[in-house]
Design a protein around this ligand. Structure first.
Ligand SMILES: NC(=O)c1ccc[n+]([C@@H]2O[C@H](COP(=O)([O-])OP(=O)(O)OC[C@H]3O[C@@H](n4cnc5c(N)ncnc54)[C@H](O)[C@@H]3O)[C@@H](O)[C@H]2O)c1
Ligand SMILES: [Zn+2]
Length: 376
């Protein structure tokens, strides 16, 4: 089964904020040719200064240098801000560092800001683009699987407050996204697997055929076969774009389906302590808890959970909490009640009704949640 008719491009249809996600394998050099057409199609005017600025992190600096050299060869003047890798980078200090570099480079409204990195770089650079002179044209060149399939689609940008993740930010759509699956060759295996948790999530929430495709192609995906990866990434981007197109500013609640596995997952991630469980790993375990909760509520049978468990495991993800886990069920429940999606202390979950379809269930009793957390 082919999952995407055209795996080389996904159009995100958001009126005047519409943009293209271009998907290639080994084609970073295409960016200078794409930029003028993306600018022309955007609300920004292509400036005569041809000034660009890259934000990246130390781990992916070689990829950023390729982008920068390509732009320099086509007479773009391109600055660069290199940040430390890691979630802590999404801070107000680093945002200010990007602003400072833009001021020093005499950036103006036509300066193109380019994020070359994972979700951390993309979120921070996107917020810098949203805020500098009230909005710069922004381009994403994602380098992690998670950024390819999740953070580079949808226009959410931002940084963390010391007390709360992703608390400060803006919606700011890019003018274009260039995904080069060849960049994933340098991504550590654990990070690649973490991205796969979000990939598998799309299958469970929106697309049973895609889930079956992932089951059949797990081996090719694990060896990062470029053609399969392009199909996987294109399908995920299309699925997320479909949701974002209907609920760009997260007002109708439709975007909530994307949070499958995240109510449990966020609690596990936070309690485990920074860096212990990667976000994708926590989500993988969280999806299985959510699925078991759906079983308990009679929404699905155990085979639906079984297929998720098998695929997550095949993708190198944990399917249970670490051996060292010492947090009580109470601690997990308390943490879940702090989740953004909790309304007035009432626990809400995104639960599968079948593979490829989920619903938001808001009247789940604490007794059921407790039972699932106790019996897993
Ligand atoms: N804006 C959104 O809609 C959205 C959605 C999901 C997640 N996010 C955010 O994304 C962030 C997580 O993204 P992430 O998982 O990409 O984390 P990340 O950016 O920290 O990247 C993970 C690690 O992999 C390294 N890396 C990335 N690409 C690499 C490559 N090709 N080769 C070698 N190393 C590479 C990074 O340097 C980092 O150490 C979180 O801050 C999260 O809040 C945002
Ligand atoms: Zn996630």
């Amino acid at each position: 089964m082919a999952v995407a008719v055209d795996a080389s491009s996904v159009h995100v249809n958001l009126g005047e904020r519409s943009y293209e996600i271009r998907i290639v394998s080994g084609g970073l050099a295409e960016l200078p040719a794409l930029l003028p057409s993306w600018l022309d199609r955007s609300v920004y005017r292509a400036g005569s200064s041809r000034l660009a600025h890259i934000v990246t992190d130390r781990n992916v600096r070689p990829h950023a240098d390729v982008v920068r050299e390509g732009l320099a060869r086509t007479s773009w003047n391109c600055g660069l801000t290199e940040l430390e890798p890691g979630e802590k980078t999404k801070s107000v200090n680093n945002l200010a560092a990007v602003w400072d570099d833009l001021i020093a480079a005499k950036a103006d409204r036509q300066t193109v800001l380019i994020a070359v990195g994972g979700g951390v770089v993309g979120d921070l650079a996107g917020f810098a683009a949203a805020s500098f002179v009230r909005g710069l044209p922004f381009v994403q060149v994602p380098t992690s699987l998670l950024a390819d399939v999740d953070s580079s689609v949808g226009g959410k940008t931002g940084i963390n407050h010391p007390a709360a993740k992703n608390m400060l930010g803006a919606f700011h759509q890019p003018i274009g996204v260039l995904i080069d699956t060849a960049l994933l060759e340098t991504l550590p295996a654990r990070e690649f697997a973490a991205g796969m948790a979000e990939v598998i999530k799309y299958g469970v929430i929106l697309d049973a055929d895609f889930f079956a495709f992932l089951e059949q192609r797990a081996e090719a995906i694990n060896r990062r076969d470029p053609s399969i990866l392009r199909q996987v990434v294109a399908r995920c981007c299309r699925l997320k774009a479909d949701v974002v197109e209907k609920d760009e500013f997260e007002r109708t609640g439709l975007r909530a389906v994307l949070n499958y596995g995240h109510t449990f997952g966020h609690a596990f991630e936070a309690l485990a302590g920074f860096g212990e469980l990667l976000h994708g790993e926590a989500v993988a375990i969280g999806m299985l808890y959510a699925s078991r909760l759906a079983e308990r509520l009679g929404l699905i049978d155990s085979s639906t959970t079984g297929r998720q468990e098998a695929l997550l495991s095949l993708s190198g993800l944990p399917t249970r909490l670490p051996e060292s886990w010492s947090h009580s069920v109470d601690a997990v429940i308390d943490r879940m009640k702090l989740d953004k999606k909790t309304l007035g202390g009432q626990l809400r979950f995104v639960l599968p009704k079948r593979l490829g379809h989920v619903e938001v269930v808001s009247d789940v009793s604490e007794t059921d949640v407790r039972a699932v957390l106790t019996n897993a």
